[in-house]
Design a protein around this ligand. Structure first.
Ligand code: GDP
Length: 285
């Protein structure tokens, strides 16, 4: 039965949650994450593992393999540890560093870097705000007004990594902007992973395709994050996820096969994404 493995994993998750609650000091669970852990089991799965929750609705044997999952399948302990990396404290400073319009103006840092790209309005600022929700002093700068110079914004996450908010792209993107993004993606030596945001309601657009082609051309390891999942019914979201998964499986080489659906409103998938970022930057070691 396709569902058997699913239930076994769910069972494991349910066994672990109370265990984590019994000894929160071990990995300094933040009050916000402790709240998450107190959610009823079904909601807990939805918030922490949205893909798993969605895949349960694929009832057929053949259907269960249509959504790639389980490649990145961290324990609750790892998710809790990643939370503490994203929590600003006196010893773990999370701060805006600088902005740059050209790669040679970017801060010269050795630590691993991750960047977020996506078309304007995809939900990039909202997601970055959600990632930094436990660092209230961090201001995610938004320059959306037409005519404003679009910049890359660098944020330092403790001693662990740098997160770069790339300018959103739209139609008629000026050439110097394309140059800036391309040069950064092609030449940034410490860039560990590119997160390409796609609106789950809209699906992959022509503009997203251009970004995919760029990542493929530069042979970058990248990850597709599906935003705004709270906006759709479960049925519609499932249809969109299946379509995007098929695209990833058949049209891409460098894209991580597992999708990351998120909502910046309900925080669904945000904790898992934090854990993935922490993992690929070596921050969980
Ligand atoms: P950006 O241009 O990519 O930085 O997009 P924003 O973060 O500014 O978001 C664009 C619009 O989508 C805003 O109206 C946000 O409130 C909305 N939005 C962003 N993320 C979400 C989400 O997860 N759920 C919902 N329902 N709306 C979102």
């Amino acid at each position: 039965m396709a569902a058997t493995g699913q239930w076994r994993r769910m069972g494991r998750l349910f066994e672990m949650a109370p265990a984590l609650r019994r000894c929160p000091r071990v990995y300094s669970t933040s009050p916000a994450f402790a709240e998450v852990l107190r959610l009823p089991q079904k909601q807990l799965t939805k918030v922490l593992y949205p893909l798993r929750e969605l895949a349960q609705h694929l009832v057929t044997d053949s259907g269960s393999g249509l959504i790639e999952q389980g490649l990145f399948d961290p324990s609750l302990e790892d998710i809790a540890r990643a939370e503490s990396i994203f929590e600003a404290t006196a010893r773990n400073r999370i701060e805006y560093l600088s902005s740059a319009v050209r790669l040679d103006h970017a801060p010269g840092l050795q630590q691993p870097e991750v960047c977020f790209i996506g078309r304007s309005n995809v939900g990039k600022s909202s997601l970055i705000k959600a990632l930094f929700s436990m660092a209230p002093d961090v201001e995610v700068r938004i320059s959306k007004k037409p005519g404003h110079t679009k910049k890359m914004n660098f944020f330092k996450v403790g001693k662990y990594f740098t997160l770069v908010d790339m300018p959103g792209y739209g139609y008629r993107a000026p050439e110097d902007f394309v140059d800036m993004v391309e040069t950064y993606l092609k030449e940034r030596k410490n860039l560990k992973r590119t997160f390409l945001l796609v609106d789950s309601v809209v699906g992959i657009t022509k503009l997203d395709n251009i970004a995919v082609e760029m990542c493929e051309e530069f042979a970058l390891p990248y990850v597709m994050v599906l935003t705004k999942i709270d906006k759709s019914s479960k049925g519609y979201l499932l249809k969109q996820v299946l379509q995007i998964q098929k695209f990833v499986n058949t049209q891409t080489q460098g894209c991580f096969p597992q999708l990351f659906p998120i909502s910046a409103v309900t925080y669904s998938g945000v904790h898992l994404l934090k854990c993935f970022i922490a993992d690929i930057t070596g921050s969980l070691k």
